[in-house]
Design a protein around this ligand. Sequence first.
Ligand code: GCV
Length: 721
Amino acid sequence: MPSLPRSPFAFLLALLSFLAAPPVAAEDGYDLWLRYKPLPAAEARGYLKAARRVVTGPQAGETIAIAREELARGIEGLLRRAPAGSTRLAGDGAIVIGTPKDSPEIAALDLPLDRAGAEGYVIRSVRIDGRRAIVIAANEEIGVLYGAFHLLRLMQTLQPLDALDIVERPGIERRLLNHWDNLDRTVERGYAGQSIWDWHKLPDYIDPRYRDYARANASIGINGTVLTNVNADAVALTPAYLEKTAALADVFRPYGVRVYLTARFSAPIEIGGLDTADPLDPRVRAWWRDKASEIYALIPDFGGFLVKANSEGQPGPQDYGRTHADGANMLAEALAPHGGVVMWRAFVYSAENPDDRAKQAYDEFVPLDGAFRDNVLVQVKNGPIDFQPREPFHPLFGAMSNTPLALELQITKEYLGFATHLVYLAPMWKETLDADTYAAGAGSTVAKVVDGSLHDYPHTAIAGVSNIGSDRNWTGSHFDQANWRAFGRLAWNPLLSPEAIAEEWVRMTFSNDERFVAPVVDMMLGSHEAAVDYMTPLGLHHLMGTGHHYGPAPWVDDLDRPEWNPVYYHRADREGVGFDRTETGSNALAQYAPEAAAAFAAPETTPEEYLLWFHRVSWDFEMKSGRTLWEELVHRYTRGVEKVAAMRRTWAGLDELIDAERHAQVAAFLAIQEKEAKWWRDACLAYFQAVSGLPFPEGYDPPARSLDYYKSLSFPYAPGH
Ligand code: GCV
């Protein structure tokens, strides 16, 4: 217990200092990274010299007005100064914002706006009529808003504001969230409450959250959102629902966020009264053309359709003996006159096809390369199976030089511990973006395929399956906000480092206190590898519980479709474990360019994190550590649990540096994560031990419970399913 000061004077001093430094106020996470809490006094004073007033031109439109308000809000919060808005310069310290069309000051400056494109911006320290100012200039209003958020980020993260000389433009044209939100407000693979779209009350009630959602997205450069689940409902395309979508589009428009919808392929039958959805039937084509016109009459900047077809039970062109290209092109033709695009998903695999599931998308789509209309993008998940904790990059990225490929990432953590596990996903996404496809020689990274620089695509896109819901903190956990932000930041610039993104997020979301920033960034950077260790180390994959994907179930072998069973993926038996995808097995390896495949060709030279993805090896296979494969498996599972325990300890020691409310929730979630990491470890090792018949290596605790116990657990109400 702390000792009380002895003299009354000392007591008074202690009391005064306590009152002068009130505890950090509780926060519920609603403000995300846009908190604008007061900066330390010295920095705030310095910034006020450079940024005390916002100046807009006389013709400024709605988006510039939003940028002005945002800057004003930032200055007021961060610098504790009510900023004077103005259309005139008056002394030093103005932030002059606008485009050459609406701001005479900006038009008169010689700025490199040709390098900023339609959505980019220039931020510069300048002198105007002898007065020191900062300009945020862009070709279009949305660039001004993006630039305003950039300037605020500099202040929020305590960067210098003198001598600014920044030119930014996004690397990818369409940076989209994909909501897997259903019209009844359930969210497929959603762990943050209900859907934020309150369809029933739309279009008459506009929840203020919609604007905050658009604002948050604009702050990280996300410029589109697919509102509905890819397991689509045709009702979303009925007139009543299009009106609702139009109401959302109206809210999002000034923030540069366009709406898209998923198109159910059988909609012409379900809501159109036709008896077919055959893409070559003229009546079907006419129906989609009319539907597109109806949509654009309500939403002139509608982005287009996202389609899941002939996949996991969804209808599609193959129901009529047609190809994916036939289906996509029909929709593309309907959207083309209005400027819309089709994003056609390559996530296909079939129960009737006995070949390795990992090969099926490539086999179906590569023969169609070049057969798609200009306004079609084929949307490909990062890996060939399904958002596993670790997958090698999808071979389609190296094989479709004549078709724009969009990259689909999953922000929601379906296979990575739902909302309660702290797993920062940027390092995983970077592995895909940086992977070399060798499509056009060395250096043909997935990032260069996706951003169009390798094949000069007419359109480029990247999609993140949203983790947003109605929870007060938006994403179900405070740390999952970092994944939303990281997706936006990488979509804007795929070259950014996970570390830089984590650091700015920590500073903006929690604190600039170095005692907090460094350990938390470290925790985040190690968190993905920790999850891989305690869930699916060494290239194992799809060991999750049936349907809901919560927790371990490597023993499942009785589901209808072979590839729904974990045993299909790990193939463990007395002799060994792993999926042989070399030429002695499924030969999925042949779908990669020879230079890329070479890295995975032999078990001895394959990076160990992909070993069991590509190879089946015996339990006594010697690993780089000198351990046998079995010992290494035990080691990695154990290491994963230890890493989570270490994250917990780190976090516990940071309690005085941030508000108690958020600290407590993160601490509680880390406790859940540690418990579940242990469960993963014990259940998987109990199973693999039973299969291999090997003794538990010395120095490692055996599983806490019997294999039968782990098998008996059931989760009928796990969320998101
Ligand atoms: C939207 C996985 C998920 C499904 C999801 C599907 C897809 O299979 O478990 O919930 O469905 O991927 O991406 O279409």
